[in-house]
Ligand binder design. Structure first.
Ligand code: ADP
Length: 524
């Protein structure tokens, strides 16, 4: 899924709570530091034994004393080299009746404090540990939420749906940006009409489909098509992935579903998109243990919400999957996801259109031929083609050129198909064997009448392959004539034959050819 714009949360809640985790954490730290500071201040006076304290009184060294709970803090007369100016001592548990008369007879100033610290400070210091624990708890719950993509709702916010909302200028992708899926666009046109003018459909008593299932391999544009449908209908687009509902607590997924549907209803007409619905919508009751409860509850809630749509709510749910075979039949029942739109890997013509869409902003040189690129990219999805155009543009930028040429597309194709070049890998013997092997493929591809035209032969190792022989079919093939099958098999096995003829033996390099030939034979 590639969402180009920065999405809003479905329910923005940007106002911070006055006592959120951060604030509490700071308050707690402030008190902690203050406490330490006070403590440090107090420990600056030297602790002396009670007997020494009395001795120093009689020796007239003490100027004043302050009684503070079970401590006596005192000040010496003047400062001596070996002592700090103040001291403290602990009053023994047994009352000393002689102390006060002794102090008075030595003219020592006596001060008595009712409490060691102001009362408010004592109370606060008492609750400080609790504050710290609470702050830590709130703080870590927020961190957890942020990591899970929720990021709002405070301690109890797990139940808020984390669907992303695209609305107005957030969503700029229309049907002009989705190429090669004309059938699917037509199927969805009715939904666009309904979302644009729900009253028109209601007035004639027409019931619109509530759910549409977009099926197809990854990267075929399911997300893009859903988003473009919302754009064409000019309605808010709620996007969430099935796996985002699931949290470690049972029941969270269900309440997220409720929250998302409520939001969508409030903003109706609206379109909800649930990507990877198979992650919550698998056939129920097949899993082991309690881990499945959460998934099932979430699925049940989706079904309940869809059943609960009243006739006048213009909310349509699009869901995407690349595993329609594992979906629970309850999801596909009439009134739920009863319409299906299939997106296939694009054919040659569709690939040209998709390449055109993606090279709109890429200046192409005259020799760059998108039809040729489309011919080279059998089996590529829309996402792969978008990536290919980008790779070609990167090659051009690396060479400081202002437009993308044919060579850039070729390089990008080789990189995407087979990985980057590994120049250092082959020793001379291996290179010779690879050359012999590839020449076998190439000669047969050139000479056999039904072979696809040869595109390139290379003995530069890329990815896992030591060398490659590439053919370029004129058009995509869907079934194969016998002559074509035999030719393909001959070309595939040609490498092994060439090794035997030129070098007298065969190597493990042919193992992959044998595998491919076997697979092709089974398929055709
Ligand atoms: P899916 O949801 O089927 O896995 P996406 O919709 O996320 O695929 O497609 C990923 C990207 O591939 C899109 O953002 C777009 O750039 C490109 N893409 C896929 N299909 C098409 C298409 N038919 N036309 C144009 N671009 C496409």
């Amino acid at each position: 899924m590639a969402d180009e714009q920065d999405p809003k949360q479905a329910k923005p809640n940007t106002k911070p709570h006055p006592f959120d985790g951060h604030t509490l954490m700071w308050i707690a730290w402030a008190f902690f530091v203050y406490y330490i500071f006070i403590d440090l201040n107090q420990t600056q006076s030297r602790l002396i034994p009670y007997s020494q304290f009395k001795q120093e009184i009689t020796e007239k060294k003490v100027e004043s004393v302050t009684f503070k709970l079970d401590e006596i803090h005192g000040k010496y007369l003047g400062t001596t080299a070996d002592k700090t100016n103040s001291f403290k001592t602990i009053i023994p548990a047994i009352p000393d009746a002689d102390l006060l008369p002794l102090l008075e007879s030595n003219n020592i100033t006596v001060v008595a404090l009712s409490q060691a610290d102001p009362k408010w400070l004592q109370v606060l210091l008492g609750i400080l540990p609790w504050l710290l624990i609470m702050a830590f708890f709130i703080y870590s719950s927020r961190m957890l939420q942020n990591r899970m993509g929720g990021g709002r709702g405070g301690l109890f916010g797990f139940s808020k749906s984390n669907a992303r909302l695209f609305e107005g200028s957030d969503n700029q992708l229309g049907y002009a940006d989705v190429a090669g899926v004309e059938g699917a666009k037509q199927d969805l046109q009715e939904i666009i009409d309904f979302l644009k003018q729900p009253e028109k459909f209601r007035s004639v008593g027409a019931k619109m489909p509530r759910g549409i299932l977009l099926m197809g391999p990854p990267g075929t544009g399911k997300t893009l098509l859903a988003k473009a449908t919302a754009f064409e209908a000019k309605v808010p687009f709620f996007s969430i992935s099935g796996s985002e509902f699931i949290e470690m607590y049972v029941g969270v997924g269900a309440s997220r579903v409720r929250d998302m549907f409520n939001e969508a209803r409030k903003r109706a007409p609206a379109l909800i998109f649930i990507d990877e619905i198979d992650s919550v919508g698998r056939v129920r009751g097949t899993g082991m243990g309690g881990g499945n409860d959460e998934r099932e509850q979430t699925l049940n809630q989706i079904l309940a919400e869809m059943d609960g749509f009243s006739g006048d709510e213009a909310v349509v749910v699009l869901a995407a999957t690349n595993r329609p075979d594992v979906l629970d039949p309850a999801l596909l029942r009439p009134g739920r996801f009863d319409r299906k739109v299939m997106l296939e890997l694009p054919q040659q013509g569709a690939r040209v259109d998709i390449l055109k869409v993606h090279s709109r902003k890429v200046p192409l040189s005259k020799d760059a031929d998108l039809t040729e690129v489309a011919r080279m990219t059998v089996g590529f999805s829309g996402a792969d083609l978008a990536n290919l155009v980008n790779e070609a543009a990167l090659f051009a930028a690396r060479e400081n050129l202002v437009d993308v040429n044919r060579a850039h597309f070729n390089k990008a194709h080789d990189k995407v198909m087979m990985g980057s070049e590994r120049k250092d890998l082959l020793n001379p013997n291996e290179r010779k064997r690879t050359a012999a092997h590839e020449s076998g493929h190439a000669i047969l591809a050139l000479k056999l009448p039904h072979a696809d035209p040869l595109r390139q032969v290379s003995i530069i190792p890329r990815g896992m392959a030591l060398g490659t022989t590439e053919q370029l079919p004129e058009e995509d093939r869907h079934n194969y004539a016998q002559a074509y099958v035999e030719t393909r098999l001959a070309v595939m096995l040609g490498g092994r034959c060439a090794e035997k003829i030129i070098l007298g033996d065969v190597s493990s390099g042919a193992a992959n050819d044998l595998e491919q030939a076997t697979r092709f034979l089974v398929m055709s």
